[in-house]
Design a protein around this ligand. Structure first.
Ligand code: F6R
Length: 614
C-alpha cells in the first residue's frame, strides 16, 4: 500500500519520479505528490485523487528543474484522502520532505511531544511526525542519514520512509521496517522504490533492503546500514523481466493483458520443474526430502484470492500427498492458538510477498518452530526472505489490482508442491504422479482455448450490468472457484456477489433466490459422477425458484443443457485441475461487467494491490 519513489542522478527528477509513480499506482491512488530539491529549497506539489490530478498541477505550475526528488502515491490510513494529507509531508521550516508507506503506531505520543515543543502540523497523518522529528535532528547538526537512523529508533510500527533535505542536494535517504523498499542501481544515478517496476526502464540491477535498515543514496553510490549505523548486508539481484512486461501492450487495461497472458504464465511456472524423466524437481524450495517426509500436517495461510488458491490446494494435498491440510485466512491465524510443531509445514501463499497479515502469520509460525514455505510472485519481496523455502510463480509483474494470472500460477505452484510431496513420500505411484504432471503440462493450451471462446461471456456480462446481485455456486474445488468469482465481481463491479458451496444452499442462502437472479454454477467434470449429479440437482432446485442459471461445465456435458439459461463450456480436465479453466470465464465476466459500468478495472475503488498494513 502506497507507492514510493526516490531519485538522485543526472536526469530530470520530476519526470523520473512521476513515471515511477505511474507504475506504482496499483499500490494506492487516493492522492499523489512529489518534492524536489531546488537551490537549497523544496519544491513540492501534491493533489488528492489519482496521479492524473497531480500531473495536471505539474502542467499548470511546472516546478523548477532538479535532479533529486521523491514521490508518493497514497492509500489512506490516517486522515482522509485530501490535499493536505497527501504526501510528501514537510517540517515547520520546509527543509525536510518525507514520504511513507505503513503505519507509525506510536505517532500520537510522538505528535503530542512535538506539539508541546511548538511544532505546527499541516495534516492528520501519522507520517508528518517523521518530518518534524527529522527537523529536530538535522537542526541539531546531524546529516540526513544519521538523522533518519535516530528517528527510526523512536518509531514503532511498520514503515518505509524516504526523505530529502533541502540543504543537502546530494543525498536521498530511505528506511525500511516491514514495508517493502528496493534500490535500483544505475550509472551515475540511483533509485529507491516500493517495487522495481518504478525504475525498470532505467536499470534492472536491484538491491533488496532488509529489516531495520537505512539506505543512503548518492549519485555515485549506495550505502546501507542498520539503525545504529553499522554496515548492513544486502542482497543484490538482477530483475529478470523488462519494461515491456510492466506496460499495457495495446490493451485498454492491465487486467485484460494479464488475463490474456495466463497461458504463458502457467507455462512459465511449470518451466524447469519437470525433468526429462517426468519427475518433479523443486530443489529451489530449500526444504529437503527428509524434512518433507517428517511432516505430519500442512497449514496454508493467505488472504483474498491467494486464500482461494489455498482452499484449492487443500483438495490437492489431501488427495495426492495424503496429509491433513488446514487453510486459514492469514489475518486470523496468529490471534488463535494454532497447534504447530517442527513437523508442521506452513505454506504461505502471497502474490506480492508483502501482505502484512500473511507476513505476520509467517513470523508467528516460525516462532512456533514450524517450517514455513511460501509461494510468491515477487522476487526480492519480504516473505521469501523470511521463510524456510520458496516456490516462485513466474507470472511476471501483475499491475491490475485484481489478481488474475497470479491466481492461476499459484494453482500451478500448489499442484506442483502437492505432487512433489506425493512423489517424495510415495503416496502416489511414480507413474500416477507422472501422468498428472503430463496433464498439468497441457494446461497452457487448455487455458488458451478458454480465452478463445470468451465472446459470449463478455456479451452475457454486458447484459447483466444492471443487476444488483449475482450468486456463485460450486462443489469440491468448484467451491473456491465460486468464492473467487464472487470476489472478482465485488471488487471490480462493486456489486453484491457471494460464493457458496452448492450443498450449503438449502441451509439458508436459498432464501436469496428470486425471479431472475443470476446464479453462476461451476459444475464438476462428469467423471466425478456423485459430485456432478448432486450439483445438477442443485441447479434444478434454484431454477425451480426462478434463478437465471449460468452454468460452467466441461464441453460435451449434455446433462446440464436442459437446466442452463446460459452454458459456458470449458475444456475437459481432471477435477482437481478444473479451477485452472473454470476461473478464467469468471475473470473475463467480472472485468467486462465492471467495464460496462464504466469502472476502472485496474484501480477499483478503496483497494490497493499490496496490503502492507494489518
Ligand atoms: C483480489 C486480490 C487480493 C489479494 C490479497 C492477497 O483480486 O488481489 O484479494 O489476493 O490482498 O495479496 P497477496 O497475494 O499479495 O498476499
Amino acid at each position: 500500500m502506497c507507492g514510493i519513489v526516490g531519485y538522485i542522478g543526472g536526469k530530470q527528477a520530476q519526470q523520473v519520479v512521476v513515471d515511477g509513480l505511474a507504475r506504482l499506482e496499483y499500490r494506492g491512488y487516493d492522492s499523489a505528490g512529489l518534492a524536489l530539491v531546488v537551490d537549497g529549497k523544496l519544491a513540492t506539489a501534491k493533489k488528492a485523487g489519482k496521479l492524473v490530478n497531480l500531473r495536471k498541477v505539474l502542467e499548470e505550475e511546472p516546478p523548477p528543474a532538479s535532479t533529486i526528488g521523491l514521490g508518493h502515491t497514497r492509500w489512506a490510513t490516517h486522515g482522509a484522502p485530501n490535499d493536505p494529507n497527501a504526501h510528501p509531508h514537510v517540517d515547520c521550516g520546509g527543509r525536510v520532505a518525507v514520504i511513507h508507506n505503513g503505519i507509525i503506531e506510536n505517532f500520537a505520543a510522538l505528535k503530542a511531544g512535538l506539539l508541546e515543543k511548538g511544532h505546527v502540523f499541516g495534516s492528520e497523518t501519522d507520517t508528518e511526525v517523521v518530518a518534524h522529528l527529522l527537523e529536530e535532528e538535522v537542526g541539531a547538526g546531524h546529516e540526513l542519514p544519521e538523522a533518519m537512523r535516530r528517528v527510526c529508533r523512536r518509531l514503532e510500527g511498520a514503515y518505509t520512509l524516504v526523505a530529502v533535505d533541502a540543504q543537502d542536494p546530494d543525498v536521498v535517504v530511505g528506511a525500511r521496517r516491514n514495508s517493502p523498499l528496493v534500490v535500483g542501481k544505475g550509472d551515475g544515478e540511483n533509485f529507491l522504490a516500493s517495487d522495481v517496476a518504478a525504475f525498470i526502464e532505467h536499470t534492472r540491477d536491484a538491491v533488496e533492503l532488509g529489516q531495520d535498515q537505512v539506505v543512503e543514496l548518492r549519485r555515485d553510490g549506495v550505502t546501507v546500514t542498520d539503525y545504529e549505523g553499522r554496515p548492513a548486508e544486502v542482497h543484490e539481484y538482477h530483475v529478470d523481466w523488462d519494461v515491456s512486461a510492466a506496460e499495457k501492450g495495446g490493451y485498454d487495461y492491465f487486467m485484460l493483458k494479464e488475463i490474456a497472458e495466463q497461458p504463458r504464465a502457467v507455462a512459465d511456472t511449470l518451466l524447469g520443474r519437470i525433468g526429462s524423466d517426468g519427475r518433479l524437481h523443486l530443489d529451489e524450495m530449500r526444504i529437503t526430502d527428509q524434512q518433507l517426509r517428517e511432516i505430519d500436517k500442512i497449514i496454508i495461510i493467505a488472504c483474498g484470492t491467494s486464500y482461494h488458491a489455498g482452499l484449492i490446494a487443500k483438495y490437492a494435498i489431501e488427495h495426492w500427498a495424503g496429509l491433513p491440510c488446514e487453510v486459514e485466512v492469514a489475518s486470523e491465524f496468529r490471534y488463535r492458538d494454532p497447534i504447530l510443531t517442527r513437523s508442521t509445514l506452513v505454506i504461505a501463499i502471497s502474490q506480492s510477498g508483502e501482505s502484512m497479515d500473511t507476513l505476520m502469520a509467517v513470523r508467528h509460525a516460525r516462532e512456533q518452530k514450524a517450517r514455513v514455505l511460501c509461494i510468491c510472485n515477487v522476487n526480492g519481496s519480504t516473505m521469501p526472505r523470511e521463510c524456510d523455502g520458496v516456490l516462485y510463480t513466474h507470472a511476471g509483474p501483475e499491475v491490475g489490482v485484481a489478481a488474475t494470472k497470479t491466481f492461476l500460477t499459484q494453482l500451478v505452484a500448489v499442484y506442483l508442491i502437492a505432487l512433489y510431496i506425493a512423489q517424495v513420500r510415495g503416496t502416489k505411484w511414480g507413474d500416477e504422479v507422472f501422468a498428472m504432471v503430463q496433464l498439468l503440462a497441457t494446461m497452457p493450451e487448455k487455458v488458451e482455448k478458454v480465452l478463445e471462446t470468451m465472446g459470449p461471456v463478455r456479451e452475457l456480462a454486458r447484459s447483466l450490468a444492471n443487476e444488483r446481485s449475482v450468486l456463485f455456486l460450486g462443489r469440491h474445488v468448484g467451491f473456491p472457484v465460486a468464492l473467487e468469482g464472487a470476489l472478482k465481481l465485488k471488487e471490480l463491479a462493486y456489486m453484491h456477489a457471494e460464493g457458496f458451496a452448492a450443498g450449503e444452499l438449502k441451509h439458508g442462502p436459498i432464501a436469496l433466490i428470486e425471479e431472475g437472479l443470476p446464479v453462476i454454477v461451476v459444475v464438476p467434470p462428469r467423471a466425478r459422477e456423485v459430485l456432478h449429479d448432486k450439483i445438477v440437482s442443485n441447479i434444478q432446485e434454484i431454477r425451480a425458484r426462478g434463478a437465471r442459471t449460468i452454468v460452467i461445465a466441461e464441453e460435451g456435458d449434455d446433462t446440464v443443457v436442459p437446466y442452463s439459461d446460459t452454458l459456458i463450456e470449458v475444456p475437459a480436465v481432471p477435477t482437481l485441475l478444473q479451477p485452472l479453466v473454470a476461473t478464467v470465464p469468471l475473470q473475463v465476466f467480472s472485468c467486462e461487467l465492471a467495464t460496462a459500468k464504466g469502472h476502472d478495472v485496474d484501480q477499483p475503488r478503496n483497494l490497493a494491490k499490496s496490503v502492507t498494513v494489518e
